[in-house]
Design a protein around this ligand. Sequence first.
Ligand code: SME
Length: 160
Amino acid sequence: MLTKAQTYDQVFSRIDALLSEPTDWVAAMATVVCELHHSFDTYHWTGFYRTVRKNHLQVGPYQGGHGCIDIPFDRGVCGAAARTKSTQLVHDVNVFPGHIACSSTTVSEIVVPVLTPDGKVLAVLDVDSNWEGSFDQIDQQYLELLCSRLGRDYQKEALY
Ligand code: SME
C-alpha cells in the first residue's frame, strides 16, 4: 500500500501529464479536482472557489455533493484562507468559528489559497472530509506546491 506522499507523487505526475498541453483555467481546475478526488478515500468533497469580485468567492469545478455557491471572504474556512492568504487546516469544523456547513457531514477540511506571484487570490482549493482529522502537514505541503504552480501558470486569470 502506498503512503500518502507516494500517492500525491503519483497524482501529481498524472496532473503534470494532463496539463502539459496548453490548457485553460477551467479545464485545469476540473482536471485537478477529478484527479485528487478519486485518489484519496478521505476526500469527500473537493473543489475550487474562485475570486469573482472583490472579497467574494464563487464555486468552481468540484466533485462531491452540491456545494455552497457564494462565500464572502469574511465567512467560513474558505473565506479565512482567502482573507489571510494562508492555508487553513481544520481538524474539527465544529470548533472553527464561522464554519459554513454546506454539508452536515463535513468534519475536517483543508483550504489552500491559489495565489498569483504578485499576491492576488485567484481561488482557493477546498477539500472536505466526513472524518475528523483527515488532513495533516503532508496534505498541506503537497497542496500548497500544487496551488503555487496553478497561481503561477494561470495568473492572467486573476482579476481582483
Ligand atoms: N467548507 C467550506 C464551505 C464550502 S463547502 O463545505 C463545499 C467553508 O466553511 O468555508
